[in-house]
Design a protein around this ligand. Structure first.
Ligand code: FE2
Ligand code: FE2
Length: 134
């Protein structure tokens, strides 16, 4: 479980920086339309990182400071395509965490990741909807 939680933190830090930098580096009219959304999702990912780190620390682990590789992209399409893919990765990983938490009878981790998973599905929905327009 500790390993899965650290994997989760590494990707939360990654997307938090990724979306915030995409928010800063947007270009063009379409970029203007999505820049605020990117910032608000970046902040929500940072909150996820913090909440998972709190849980990991409580369980006796040491939270990683290393993000997964960050991909900013140059065109808006490239950015949002990668972001949708990263949300898919999160959804897959967090379902694994939920399965394990259930098996271990760890209700608090289970509740935490149920809430986070709902956010990631929401982000995935936003990015895939944006992709239809850009
Ligand atoms: Fe997240
Ligand atoms: Fe997300």
């Amino acid at each position: 479980m500790l390993e899965l939680l650290n994997k989760s933190i590494a990707r939360e830090i990654q997307v938090s920086v990724q979306y915030m930098w995409q928010h800063v580096l947007w270009r063009g009219v379409k970029g203007f339309a999505v820049k605020d959304e990117l910032k608000s999702i970046a902040v929500s990912e940072m909150k996820h990182a913090e909440a998972i780190a709190e849980r990991l620390s409580y369980l006796g682990g040491i939270p990683t400071t290393k993000p997964n590789p960050i991909f900013i992209g140059t065109t808006l399409k490239e950015m949002i395509k990668q972001d949708a893919k990263d949300e898919e990765g999160a959804i897959t990983l967090y379902k694994q965490v939920l399965d394990l938490a259930k098996k271990e009878g760890d209700e608090v981790t289970h509740r935490l990741f149920r809430n986070i998973l709902a956010d990631e599905e929401d982000h995935h929905d936003i990015f895939t909807s944006l992709l239809e327009e850009i």
